[in-house]
Design a protein around this ligand. Sequence first.
Ligand code: GDP
Length: 138
Amino acid sequence: MTNRTFTMIKPDAFGNGHTGAILQKIEAAGFKFIALKLTKLSAEKAGEFYAVHAARPFYGELVEFMSSGPIVAAILEKDNAVEEFRKLIGATNPANADEGTIRKIFAESIGRNAVHGSDSDENAAIEGNFFFSGFERI
Ligand code: GDP
């Protein structure tokens, strides 16, 4: 276990004006920001980020959605960060997410589910490096 994870506030949550509330929940849960930026993914970049899902039936929809508007990307630090953050955001489908989780509160559907959270230490490092140079993190 390492102490870093990577997150994105997805275009649905950004567009619905939930960015501030979500960042506040992340901080209140004890995560420290190591890197933070507002940006927009091209379809090509979104496809690259989610390449592991290329064979899934929802891949096209996922790429279209993730490139449909701005996103907020961040590297976060806390003990056992990957697991702790997945607990904070809740299940992929908000219908199955626990009460009080970020997806339960802010997600619209299984696709438009408000936030991303890395699923392993290895992917957290890969995903953080996808968005941030050494100069852009503390
Ligand atoms: P996560 O680790 O909880 O984000 O879930 P996955 O790695 O299984 O899926 C990655 C992302 O693909 C999810 O966060 C959703 O945005 C999207 N996704 C997953 N399943 C579906 C689906 O059945 N339909 C659609 N449209 N999107 C999905």
